[in-house]
Design a binder for this molecule. Structure first.
Ligand SMILES: [Zn+2]
Length: 404
């Protein structure tokens, strides 16, 4: 495999901005960063006026066939799937092994009560899937997920109150037993919890992270301090909440840098309340305010979309594209652009144990995103994509990106 040099470029290395340098890629890995001697066999990409970033990591998706390739088109080179079933995962994992698809980690089947979330939405897509009813089932449930190749355990704490429909929900003892079983099996445990009480239950059980911002119903300072102290992260999914409220996220699809590369049915759906969902006035501001409070308290915030578009239809947050709106939402909630970029690169890599990516440093995977301009100044510059490499291979949309 030949080498590539991205020369004289601004570098976001996963944690901060290096104003000027070059990056040598060889054999799918980052070989050298800084001053680079250009090998004779190297393809040279001029970086003047551009910024090179680690490929983006979306810390909350639901991967479906065809969607990992879509993700790469928008610079997302790793997706962390947060609920799937073996029949879907078989196809998606095969796709993830292809050169121009995002890499994948997955919880596999999440832990929920019989008939519990997300059965009400996903029964048709996923068919029947295993559930559990009591703490005694936790060890066997986790063992079965390990056997299916789960990379972490997802626990659903959802009584439906935030959605206006009562749902069967795991109790605190079961959540606790699941977290302990996951940790005993060497897995991270993360939880969906939309209410503050659910988030408190998860944190009390020793959860490692929350996969959504919760809907605060009182002061959050104590919970925020507890999360910060215990190192519990939260993947805010603000663009998803926003879509159930004020539709401001539709601005993403109106941005030609993104919208022109979305299929028409996705472009029409992005940022808009999906059919059958009640709109929730104030939800965008409320979840953003809670994100601000948690971030100020020192809680690690990760970027994730809850992208759900697939063969079953469009969704207001979509693979790849919607992460760019999530980054903007995080800055509106008080993260600096550099903090938002870290939330989509080094921080999820660190929290999910992906030691081979998320930063630009010698020896790491050459998953790279090259954009026009400086996203540390204007976060929407991440949308001005000039090129995406997965393991050192330039994805084939480069002509559209005017890289060469
Ligand atoms: Zn989800």
């Amino acid at each position: 495999m030949s080498a590539t040099v991205i020369r004289d470029v601004r570098i976001f290395d996963g944690e901060g901005i290096v104003p000027h340098g070059s990056v040598l890629v060889r054999d799918g890995l980052i070989a050298c960063v800084g001053r680079v001697d250009v090998p004779g066999d190297a393809q040279v990409v001029e970086g003047e006026g551009r910024t090179l970033l680690p490929g983006l990591i979306d810390a909350h998706t639901h991967a479906f066939p065809g969607k990992l390739e879509q993700a790469v088109q928008f610079g997302v080179t790793t997706e962390l799937d947060m609920f799937s079933v073996p029949s879907v995962l078989g196809q998606v994992r095969a796709e993830a092994a292809k050169p121009y698809a995002a890499d994948l980690r997955t919880s596999g089947v999440g832990a929920t009560a019989p008939g519990g979330h997300p059965s009400q939405f996903m029964a048709e897509v996923f068919g029947a899937f295993p559930t559990l009813t009591s703490a005694e089932d936790a060890v066997a449930f986790v063992r079965d997920r390990v056997a299916e190749g789960a990379d972490y355990l997802k626990i659903l704490i959802e009584d439906g109150s935030a959605m206006g429909m009562p749902l069967p929900c795991l109790n605190a003892a079961t959540v606790q037993a699941l977290v302990e079983a996951a940790h005993a099996a060497g897995l991270l445990a993360v939880a969906h919890a939309t209410t503050q009480a659910g988030a408190e239950m998860a944190v009390a059980a020793g959860i490692d992270g929350l996969t959504h911002m919760f809907l605060a119903d009182g002061e959050v300072d104590r919970l925020a301090a507890r999360m910060a102290e215990a190192g519990v992260f939260v993947t805010a999914t603000l663009a998803m909440f926003e879509a159930l409220d004020d539709q401001a996220g539709a601005s993403l699809a109106a941005d030609e840098r993104i919208g022109a590369r979305l299929a028409p049915e996705l472009r029409a759906a992005v940022g808009r309340t999906p059919p059958g969902f009640p709109s929730a006035p104030g939800l965008a501001a409320h979840t953003a305010e809670t994100t601000t409070a948690l971030h100020r308290a020192g809680v690690v915030v990760l970027a994730g979309t809850d992208a759900n578009d697939g063969p079953h239809g469009a969704f207001p947050v979509v693979h790849g594209a919607s992460l760019h709106r999530e980054l903007e939402c995080l800055t509106m909630a008080g993260l600096t652009p550099v903090q938002a970029l870290a939330a989509a690169t080094s921080l999820p890599a660190n929290r999910y144990g992906l030691d081979d990516r998320g930063r630009i440093a010698p020896g790491l995977r050459a998953d790279l995103l090259l954009v026009e301009g400086d996203p540390a100044e204007d976060i929407t510059a991440t949308r001005s994509i000039a090129g995406v490499w997965r393991q050192g291979q330039l994805a084939p949309y480069a002509t559209a990106w005017r890289l060469t």
